[in-house]
Design a protein around this ligand. Structure first.
Ligand code: GCW
Length: 715
């Protein structure tokens, strides 16, 4: 300890603890996963009494403040228990810190990369070192250390080396400049554009902290359906203020841009990407942005998709458009995330179109372009097979796009933990370059030599006091960050870690609710779209079942009938080699597997096949019966979740308990709504009975068809 005292510049000592816990019964969720910020009851680690920080920067100031408040809170509480052992110190810094430079081998630190860190306990000195190559690495190390103190303190005795899998871990906000949020179920936008640049929403600092605590290092502030106005000088001044606040938390700001901006904002005759005046306009705009925001991340573009303008308006390709922007950003190290979410009503099977358009462009994009691809080939359904583009674009970097906001999984009302969905996707083997070329490995630089890598998640954050519209939905923001950092972390570990930090250390609580979380997404699949069904939801708002939905004159690929194709023979979309042949876009053995109903995983059966109602499933049941069992199972699961939660009252705050309990009531009610609507409607084609041992529907089909869903109550 003396040794340190001689060498360090700054010692942080602790002050009397502030009471930062909320009074019982008032827990509103505003503290996210810092709510139960306390040591486990059986904690027998160190009573940390000092922190040594010898460097200064705005980021180190945050680190220092985190330590002052956190350790005060943790150890003041802890002295109430009798678990105190020895007093320990923490030394945090980069190789600029002499003690760190002398105590660790530089090769170990090399393995931590630019955002990673190491945590090492030096028994002789009774010091825990948190070391990184950068300030941001130290910040991530700080949060990791604090997380482990609260959830798994034993782990701090071993050497920890962390290096995130993806370099860019980015939230995409679909926030409009008028304060609304597309597909947002947690209130209006947190940016409060009208108040900026004079006034900043103070919650943006909490937002930055929450993101940094789970390793998120980028945020796209506005909707991909982008208003050109975001690039006006007036808005860039606002963006600058946000960027300045996020910067010390290691978060870079990005913007979604409208491809027609040169025409709309700049008054040019058009926005043809090959015209010199259009290029000049972008070059000047980019220069203006970097003048204000020197570490600006880059652009996201939704082009020639769902009515948005794009290079094809001028007979140019996606590569022409993306490269023009990439060239403008390149001198500043900015990047382009060009979305592959394209489909045309007059085109081929919607599930094939992104591949059809982008595969031929492989190798035609600049190095600072990433093609942003949704996890599945259609659109964030409760379950989809992976998009066949993953692994197929050997010469192009792909950035996976996940949806954290649950547009198709019950908004923020249903408890659906997405850790299992994200994991299923990231760990799927694409087989594109032989075995074990999983989605995460073909996108994080392991398999291909990508110079930039990233992963994007469409945010579920809004102005609601609990940020996400419900307590349970916070877990999806959390798990996105944790998996972006390490896609190999088990979804269960992350669920338990989140439960412990958000609610309670009680092991029964964690075990029981961990089980609920791990089952929750599958339950939603069961009561909404089992066996590979998809897109059965209501028109436009996408909430609740409307498999019958017909809107005169509507695009067919926006209607459920396009997808389920139920008729007197059977149900499902034939994407096999006798149908749309979407299977052909996958590598072997996936292609053969998906093509044959006998080999196709049953969870994807009706995604790839149109099968007769009496088709025999692997368990011997007929398809119709199996569908009935799946829908019923979903309802049973939802009821079980509610029962489990209701038996947990003693472990959680009254307000958190009640609010979650109410949501689970809604979920059960709506699971029944889904089951009844789908089974009664499909029964009009199958003309078969619901198996006698299952519950009968409680609604009438006509009654359900008349139901008008009021989106206002869910926004
Ligand atoms: O999922 C669909 C949504 C649209 C969204 C679009 C997209 C932002 O229904 O609201 O638009 O995808 O991802 O571009």
């Amino acid at each position: 300890m003396k040794l340190i005292l001689k060498r360090v510049v700054c010692i942080v000592l602790f002050f009397a603890a502030a009471n930062v816990m909320l009074a019982s019964g008032t827990n509103d969720g505003s503290k996210l996963w810092f709510t139960n910020f306390s040591l486990p009851a059986d904690y027998n680690g160190h009573e940390f009494s000092s922190v040594v920080i010898s460097e200064y920067s705005p980021t180190f100031e945050i680190i220092q403040n985190e330590f002052i408040s956190s350790l005060n809170q943790l150890f003041t509480q802890n002295t109430k228990s009798n678990s105190k052992t020895s007093a320990g110190s923490i030394c945090i810094g980069t190789l600029q810190n002499d003690f760190i430079a002398n105590s660790i081998q530089p090769e170990i630190l090399k393995n931590a990369g630019s955002d990673g860190f190491i945590i090492k306990y030096l028994a002789d000195d009774d010091i825990t070192i948190i070391a990184a190559n950068t300030d941001n690495g130290c910040l991530y190390g700080t949060y990791h250390f604090l997380r482990l103190l609260c959830t798994n303190p034993q782990a701090l005795n071993d050497l920890i080396v962390e290096n995130p899998a993806y370099k860019r871990r980015i939230l995409n906000h679909w926030d409009n400049l008028d304060g609304t949020v597309e597909r947002g179920y947690a209130g209006r936008s947190i940016w409060l554009w009208d108040d900026l640049p004079e006034k900043l929403n103070p919650r943006i600092i909490d937002y930055a902290r929450a993101n940094a605590s789970i390793g998120i290092n980028g945020t796209v502030l506005n909707n991909v359906n982008a208003s050109p106005a975001i690039l006006k000088e007036e808005y860039l001044q606002k963006v600058k203020v946000v960027a300045d606040v996020l910067r010390p938390y290691g978060i870079q700001v990005y913007l979604s841009v409208n491809f027609s901006s040169p025409k709309i904002l700049g008054g040019l005759p058009d926005s043809d990407p090959l015209k010199p005046e259009v290029k000049d306009w972008w070059n000047n705009k980019v220069a203006e942005i970097y003048q204000l925001i020197p570490d600006f991340g880059g652009f996201v573009v939704k082009a020639n998709s769902e009515g948005q303008p794009g290079p094809q308006d001028y007979g140019r390709t996606h590569a022409d458009g993306a490269n023009m922007l990439a060239d403008a950003l390149n001198p500043y190290k900015g990047i382009v995330m060009w979305r592959a979410f394209v489909y045309n009503p007059s085109g081929d099977d919607r599930a094939k179109q992104a591949y059809n358009e982008f595969k031929p462009l492989d190798g035609k994009f600049r190095n600072n372009v990433m093609i942003q691809v949704k996890n599945g080939p259609v659109d964030f359904q409760p379950r989809e097979p992976i998009s066949p583009l993953f692994g197929a674009m050997e010469h192009t970097t792909l950035i996976p796009e996940l949806q954290i906001t649950k547009e198709y999984l019950g908004f923020s009302d249903h408890w659906a933990y997405l850790g299992t969905l994200f994991q299923e996707f990231l760990q799927t083997d694409t087989y594109q370059k032989g075995r074990n070329t999983t989605v995460s490995r073909v996108t994080n630089g392991d398999v291909f030599n990508d110079s930039i890598t990233g992963i994007a998640g469409v945010s579920n954050i809004g102005q609601d006091i609990n940020w996400c519209g419900s307590h349970s939905a916070q877990a999806n923001w959390y798990v996105f960050g944790r998996l972006a950092w390490n896609p190999d972390l088990p979804a269960k570990t992350i669920a338990e870690e989140w439960l412990e930090q958000t609610f309670s250390h009680n092991t029964t609580f964690i075990k029981e609710m961990g089980r609920v979380m791990m089952e929750s997404r599958e339950a939603v699949v069961n009561y909404m779209t089992p066996l590979g069904l998809h897109h059965l939801m209501g028109w436009s708002h996408h909430y609740g079942p409307e498999p019958w939905c017909e809107i005169p004159g509507a695009r067919p690929d926006w209607l459920p009938t396009y997808y389920h194709k139920a008729d007197s023979y059977g149900i499902g979309f034939n994407r096999s080699s006798t149908g749309s042949n979407a299977v052909e876009q996958y590598a072997e053995p996936l292609k053969t597997m998906f093509d044959d109903p006998q080999l196709c995983p049953e969870k994807f059966l009706l995604w790839f096949h149109h099968l007769p109602w009496d088709y025999t499933m692997s368990n011997g049941r007929e398809l119709w019966d199996e569908l009935c069992y799946k829908y019923s199972e979903g309802v049973t699961q939802a009821k079980r979740f509610r029962e489990t939660w209701n038996s947990m009252e003693k472990f959680v705050d009254e307000r958190q308990f009640k609010e979650t309990s109410d949501k689970l009531d809604t979920q059960v009610k709506e699971a029944i709504w889904w089951r009844d609507a789908c089974l009664l409607y499909f029964q009009t084609f199958s003309k078969r009975e619901i198996p006698a041992e299952l519950d009968e529907p409680v609604h009438q089909l006509d009654e359900l068809k008349k139901l008008k869903f009021d989106l206002k109550h869910h926004n």
